[in-house]
Design a protein around this ligand. Structure first.
Ligand SMILES: [Zn+2]
Length: 232
């Protein structure tokens, strides 16, 4: 059984690994974007502000409490931490949060368009609808307020004129959702460029929603089993 300290360093290495993957995908250019994970009931481990996700090291991470007060780390906490904390507060099932600026999904967010068309069966199954939170200045409480009504019902949300945020039961889960958001946005863009979009209808959508409910129940069960195993 891993000690608390070993587990913390494993999570630090995971933040480095997924940060690099998101950077390579072009979702976190410059020093943009941030990732975080729950360390325990009261503490969040997060990437710091002002650091390229390609150059990030395990020791760069910061630890904050659920009110955003910095508890550890020599670097500064990101001004976007409020969005992460709102998700941890409203989604007890979420143990990881990723915020990034994937270019095509962000293009939709800059055009006032949620990803809500029933176009792709896989996207309906894995993401459901990806809503668009109204614009608010990054790093302000206004951004948290714009997200709050959506967080309980969605694990992937577009932020108007800004980017996207996803949560999951671990970093891999949040990463896969972010990757799928961008992939779905790309498909929507191409379908609209081709000019003859055919939306899924009635019965087909109902069946996908049923399949999604089964998928979510399975994922929830899986996550709980893993947590029970970790807790011993
Ligand atoms: Zn941002």
């Amino acid at each position: 059984m891993a000690s608390g300290e070993e587990m913390e360093w494993e999570l630090r290495r995971s933040l480095v690994r997924f940060g690099r993957m998101l950077y390579r995908l072009g979702f976190m250019p410059g020093t943009s974007g941030n990732l975080s994970v729950r360390l325990d009931e009261e503490r969040i481990l997060a990437t710091p502000t002002g650091r390229s996700k390609f150059l990030l090291r395990s020791e760069d991470m910061v630890i904050v409490d659920l009110d955003g007060r910095q508890l550890a780390g020599t670097r500064k906490v990101t001004s976007e931490i409020g969005m992460h904390l709102a998700i941890y507060r409203l989604r007890p099932d979420a143990d990881a949060v990723i915020h990034s600026h994937p270019p095509i999904a962000t293009g939709f967010a800059c055009s006032g368009r949620p990803l809500d068309e029933p176009l792709c069966s896989e996207a309906i199954m894995t993401l459901g609808v990806v809503p668009l939170a109204p614009y608010a200045t990054t790093g302000t409480h206004g951004l948290v307020e714009s997200l709050e009504p959506l967080i309980p019902h969605h694990s992937a949300i577009l932020l108007a004129n800004h980017g996207a945020v996803t949560c999951g039961n671990d970093l891999l889960d949040a990463f896969l959702k972010m990757e799928t958001v961008e992939h779905f946005a790309h498909i929507c863009l191409v379908a609209h460029q081709l000019g003859s979009v055919r939306l899924l209808e009635g019965h087909a959508i109902d069946q996908l929603h049923e399949a999604r409910a089964r998928y979510l129940a399975g994922a929830h069960q899986g996550g709980r089993m893993v947590r029970q195993m970790v807790a011993g």
